[in-house]
Ligand binder design. Structure first.
Ligand code: ADP
Ligand code: TRP
Length: 319
């Protein structure tokens, strides 16, 4: 079922409007890995993970469609990848429960994501606490060999490995294979317009799908620092869409002329993003495509994960 190739698994939460930090930091690499044809890829919309923070049915539906459309627009080929919704494959939550029973509270309390969420708000929900168990299930159900993630998710992959080992040891089996994290290369942090990491929670983003006017507004608003040789925040974004060799020359030529450099950035960003924006708009009007892709993904993901789940049920003695 996996064509003998190592399996790649990646989940994406449908929260927030996509920005160029998401694109250059994660989405582009995921699509390139799929296009390399080295792996059997499973990519899914992590909607049950998103439910921890997004509890609005309309928004869930809308953002799910947007996310799937965005991935298709940037080149994910539904023929190459099993693309599905986490909630369409009930083995994920079933296995997460089983993992809950072999994992201790103190162990999960050491997770950075939990500690950060807890520091902000003591009344965190149980789903946020259990987040790594569902994520371990997402990964282990497919015998993932590689899991491409950003640096911030590395600990969750380690937890998935620990959980696989704990399960195998507890039930004296070799049901689960240990996954490797694949920290995506070039995931240099993309800065936002205020110079901090671009993030929807900071309100400093440049949207991935937007008009040229909006793009211009965002770029003109990039905070510049006049102490150095060049406006670093502008340059850091510019080098994502133009070679550094060319940029060195341009930034030298227009040294001190920040307005000009920003105009050049608008030009280059717009040229880079225009084709994917056009594809996104075209796909948005093709209402059947998202449903079609997800329906096909659901069938294949269910088939693969159900076979693993049967092994699990036998190993724990409920089947
Ligand atoms: P946000 O910070 O806007 O909430 P998410 O946490 O939803 O973004 O990120 C989704 C993916 O995009 C993650 O894999 C993350 O590593 C990547 N990503 C988000 N923002 C950036 C950024 N500024 N630079 C590089 N990668 C980013
Ligand atoms: N936690 C990941 C994130 O916030 C999303 C995710 C859920 C995921 N399940 C996964 C990523 C399984 C890789 C594999 O980005």
């Amino acid at each position: 079922m996996t064509d003998g190739k190592p399996v790649l698994v990646s989940g994406v939460k449908p929260t927030g409007d996509l920005h160029i930090g998401n694109y250059f930091g994660a989405m582009r690499q995921q699509v390139e890995l799929v296009q390399s044809e080295k792996y059997k890829p499973f990519i899914f919309v992590a909607n049950y993970h998103a439910l921890n923070t997004m509890q609005d049915a309309e928004e869930m539906r809308k953002r799910t469609r947007e996310l799937v459309t965005a991935y298709l627009a940037i080149g994910l080929d539904p023929k190459e990848v099993v693309f599905f919704k986490q909630s369409d494959v009930p083995t994920h939550t079933e296995l997460a429960w089983i993992f809950d029973t072999i994992t201790t509270m103190p162990y999960l309390m050491r997770a950075h994501a939990y500690k950060d969420a807890e520091a902000k708000n003591h009344e965190i929900n149980v789903g946020t606490f259990n987040y790594p168990m569902l994520m371990a299930a997402d990964i282990l159900l497919y015998d993932a060999a590689v899991v491409p993630v950003g640096q911030d998710q590395k600990q969750h992959i380690e937890i998935a490995r620990d959980t696989a080992e704990k399960f195998n040891r507890t039930f004296k089996t070799e049901v689960f294979k240990l996954p490797e994290p694949y920290i995506m290369p070039e995931v240099a942090v993309v800065p936002g317009v205020d110079g901090r990491k671009m993030s929807k929670s900071y309100g400093n983003v440049i949207p991935l799908f937007t008009s040229r006017d909006e793009l211009t507004k965002c770029v003109m608003g990039i905070v510049t620092d006049s102490s150095g040789d060049r406006p670093e925040n502008v340059y850091a974004i510019h080098k994502l869409v133009r070679s550094e060799g060319e940029l060195e020359k341009l930034y030298d030529e227009h040294r001190g002329n920040y307005k000009m450099l920003k105009e050049l950035l608008v030009e280059d960003l717009d040229r880079y993003l225009a084709p994917i924006r056009a594809k996104y708009e075209a796909l948005k009007n093709d209402s059947g495509i998202v449903d079609e892709v997800l329906a096909k993904g659901k069938i294949e993901a269910r088939a693969v994960s159900e076979a693993k789940m049967e092994e699990v049920r036998r190993a724990i003695g409920v089947a």
